[in-house]
Ligand binder design. Structure first.
Ligand SMILES: [Mg+2]
Length: 227
């Protein structure tokens, strides 16, 4: 636990190097603990295996507010920490939304909401056809689950029996429609293995995100402070 705390402190320190008007700090910090636990303890990925076809796939669907994402990737050696100092400038690879063609370790370009989950479902389908052991993990915001594309993806993924797949939804009570708690029910009613955890509790996050279902999809609702 000491190790984790000190690493999180390091990431928080790296985040202070990202400055400017477009840093979306509320959105950025809501994902901080989930991203930290994923890269520290869950994902089978590393900077020297960027093209490994059997690497785990992590898709950050909630592409706005990428500060925590950039800080975690820098802490894990995906790109030089000095890049953080130029965040959002014209020449910087680190834009206000992550670009997969510019930032090592970024699997999808995101920012336009509602696309990450459907893309991840397609990827999981392809990996299954190839009999790859790779897992797919996608991080979504609660408000982007208002987008209809997600409703189709949630039903489709269950309908075709995908597995090795986890969606983690950061719930900061910013959805337009949902009564709190209804989000988890949407996954559960479609047959997903669903848990709700404290999005700041590393032990709860680690257990929920490491949990694998051989024959079912996993949804983790990570509750954080209201936006
Ligand atoms: Mg939200």
């Amino acid at each position: 636990m000491t190790q984790i705390t000190s690493d999180l402190d390091e990431i928080l320190h790296l985040m202070t190097r990202l400055t400017g008007d477009e840093k979306h700090s509320v959105a950025a910090t809501s994902t901080l603990d989930v991203l930290h636990v994923l890269y520290e303890d869950v994902l089978d990925v590393s900077p020297d295996r960027l093209d490994d076809p059997d690497r785990d796939r992590f898709y950050l669907s909630k592409g706005h507010g990428p500060m925590a994402y950039y800080a975690v990737l820098a802490a894990h050696g995906y790109f030089p920490r000095e890049w953080l100092d130029e965040f959002g400038t014209y020449e910087s690879p680190l834009g206000f939304h992550p670009d997969r063609t510019l930032v090592p370790g970024v699997e999808i370009s995101s920012g336009s909401l509602g696309h990450g989950l459907p893309l991840a479902v397609g990827t999981a389908h392809a990996l299954r056809i190839r009999r790859s052991p790779a897992r797919v993990v996608v991080l979504v915001g609660d408000a982007e689950l208002d987008e209809g594309s997600n409703a189709e993806a949630i039903e489709y993924a269950a309908g075709v029996g995908l597995a090795n797949f986890t969606v983690v939804a950061i719930d900061n009570n910013s959805s337009s429609y949902a009564v709190r708690g209804r989000m988890a029910a949407r996954f559960a009613t479609n047959g997903w293995h669903t848990t709700t955890v404290d999005g700041r509790d590393h032990g709860q996050l680690r257990a929920a995100l490491r949990h694998r279902e051989p024959h079912a999809l996993v949804a983790v609702v990570a509750q954080v402070e209201d936006k």
